[in-house]
Design a protein around this ligand. Structure first.
Ligand code: TA6
Length: 285
């Protein structure tokens, strides 16, 4: 079955062997395998019962990034918004000789009363996962279905599985100014991004469409191609933050790096009846 539904997730299987899994909770993609090799990090301690955001995969950040303050909204939203902690539904699926596609939906009628009160706007999200033989596209369409404009951040918070954090290199951000949330300063990226300690950086208005996550040596890596999203966040929690997360193993920081495409440096204003689309395509290096 190219697209099969289980109680808590949808499994996509490509005719040439690739696969992906998307939990209905948060529409969180938790696995992308090519030639049976996993490319996405999921913490061994991830909570998958819907009681909290899934630690790993591709959590969807919407409508706010970080500690949830949105313009014209007094209440604080949950960290990174409510999309990743709401139950989505499979709205469509299709396949052809080249791709297997599943679409997931979330709208204002599906979120909790609590979240609705925090963010009282009518909206519809459609998240499309398109699995190719050696690629995967994740595409988000945001529609303002109400009569009031709203402002949003959004981010594909991708956790990449890597062999060793000391060897990983993120290429494509050289020369871009970034907010270093660890050092609490603005800097300009010189050359490739490496992990030698906690990394939590927001690169705004990145011009390079293709960002490479190179594992090091002959181990290859993954290319992230951006469409319609201008900002990149790079995150590795390192030792202290790793130890502080109950749903993340103390040593798991060695095996992951988040490289996240989205719109987080500024809020995007979406007029009543308006829509926004953005996506990333992951492919093997
Ligand atoms: O995207 C980086 C970041 O904003 C970090 O600051 C860190 O908070 C990370 O997201 C994980 O956030 P979470 O709410 O999933 O623990």
């Amino acid at each position: 079955m190219p697209v099969s539904q289980q109680s808590n997730k949808t499994v996509l299987t490509h005719p040439l062997g690739a696969s992906a899994e998307v939990h209905f909770f948060g529409a969180t993609l938790t696995s992308w395998k090519v030639a049976s090799e996993e490319r996405i990090f999921l913490s061994e301690k991830a909570v998958l019962d819907g009681s909290k955001a899934i630690r790993g995969g591709i959590p969807l950040v919407f409508p706010v990034f970080g500690k949830g303050k949105a313009p014209h909204v007094t209440a604080s939203l949950p960290q990174h918004g409510f999309a990743r902690i709401s139950r989505w539904r499979l709205v469509n699926s299709s396949e052809d000789a080249h791709t297997v596609t599943a679409q997931f939906g979330l709208d204002h009628n599906m979120i909790s009363e609590e979240h609705r009160k925090m963010w009282p706007f009518d909206f519809s999200l459609v998240y499309t996962v398109k699995l190719g033989a050696e690629t995967i596209e994740t595409h988000l369409k945001i529609q303002n279905t109400g009569d009031q404009a709203f402002d949003f951040n959004t981010l594909l918070h991708t956790y990449f599985l890597i062999p060793d954090e000391s060897k990983v290199r993120v290429i494509g951000l050289s020369g871009v100014d970034y907010t270093d949330k660890v050092q609490q300063k603005t800097s300009r990226q010189e050359g490739e991004v490496v992990v030698r300690g906690e990394v939590d950086s927001v690169y705004a208005n990145v011009q390079t469409a293709d960002i490479q996550i190179q594992y090091g040596g002959e181990d290859g890596g993954v290319q992230l191609h951006r469409n319609g999203v201008n900002d990149i966040v790079v995150w590795n929690p390192w030792t202290e933050k790793a130890a502080g997360m109950a749903d993340f193993g103390d040593e798991e920081y060695h095996r992951m790096i988040c490289v996240e495409a989205g719109q987080v440096a500024e809020f995007i204003a979406l007029a009543a009846g308006g829509s926004w689309e953005g996506s990333q395509v992951l492919s093997l290096l």
